[in-house]
Write a protein that binds this ligand. Structure first.
Ligand code: NAI
Ligand code: OAA
Length: 266
């Protein structure tokens, strides 16, 4: 099998986990050939790490998405933001680059999602939704194929992660309160980079409009807990993932990349 050409867009905390795995040798089927980030110094940091490995190829530090696409990567890891995914997805898929994304919140826009599907199909490329801070896409997809079902998504967060959102006020530092109830579209609109997971679970099951989402703010709470419940006539499943940090999301990209080239696929 030919080694896959890999590039990264959005070189922050989660991208660095992918790079750490790459340096440890956990992604032997890939060459990391390019980086691009809105914060130039972050993309530069990753490109330098790869250059220090003295590989037989160069990791190119790109100044724009266009420059990165010119490198003709087979796969692009998108760890930037839902806005970045919206800008990147169609040009990348047309360019012959498949995408591994953590910012699937952008797909709450049904027209965009359908356009991405059509384009990927036309150009023989794919979009892989990494499991991120949750799991259970297999159960959600299987049960929703099988029969009618209801899916709910409940998140617990500490108040500090809600700062800079409309629901935040100082009373959250001492009280427990439900700060959001609505569907997955309303959730990602109000929290544009924080509930990609809710959109992901909805896309794997009943769709963004049909999934009930709630967010509880708990004073002093560290980390995030996401509890997904699916109920149909025959199946009742609960997928509950607590994580102290978002690192699990970075590692889920590593897992997706390994699955793409593995002879045994999960
Ligand atoms: N699906 C999931 O479970 C999770 C998804 N996420 C998503 O992953 C994204 C990355 O998370 P972190 O690494 O923690 O964030 P971060 O803030 O550490 O890194 C993001 C990087 O992307 C760059 N960036 C932002 N917009 C860009 C654009 N339009 N084009 C190019 N680069 C851009 C920034 O300069 C920054 O270096 C988050 O924004 C969030 O939407 C985060 C946690 C869990
Ligand atoms: O880290 C988390 O728990 C979830 C998150 O940020 C997202 O879905 O965007």
């Amino acid at each position: 099998m030919r080694t896959k050409r890999l590039a990264i867009v959005g070189c922050g905390k989660l991208a660095n986990i992918v790079v750490e795995a790459f340096i440890k040798g956990l992604l032997p089927d890939y060459k990391l050939i390019g980086t691009f980030s809105r914060t130039f110094s972050k993309a530069e940091g990753i490109a330098k790490h790869i250059q220090d490995l003295e590989t037989s190829y160069k990791c190119i530090l790109c100044h724009s998405i266009e420059e990165l696409l010119d490198l003709k990567p087979d796969y692009i890891v998108e760890t930037a933001s839902p806005t970045a995914l919206r800008e990147l997805a169609l040009p990348a898929l047309i360019n012959g680059s498949s995408i591994i994304t953590l910012s699937m919140g952008a797909f709450a826009d049904v027209d965009f999602y359908e356009n991405v599907k059509k384009t990927a199909l036309k150009y023989g490329t794919r979009v892989h939704l990494a499991s991120g801070a949750i799991g259970g896409f297999d159960v959600l997809r299987t049960v929703s194929l099988m029969e009618a079902c209801l899916v709910t998504f409940e998140t617990k967060k500490g108040p500090n992660s809600l700062r800079n959102t409309n629901v935040y006020n100082e009373t959250l530092q001492t009280e427990e309160r439900r700060v959001f109830e609505g569907d997955a579209i309303e959730a990602i609109t109000l929290f544009p980079t924080q509930v990609n997971v809710a959109v992901a679970a909805s896309l794997a099951s009943t769709g963004p409009k049909n999934m009930k989402v709630s967010i509880d703010s708990i004073a002093g709470y560290v980390g995030d807990d996401h509890r997904i419940e699916i109920k149909s006539e025959q199946v009742h499943a609960i997928i509950d993932v607590y994580s102290k940090t978002a690192q699990i999301a970075g590692w889920s990209v590593v897992n997706t990349l390994r699955n793409i080239t593995s002879p045994i696929a999960f």
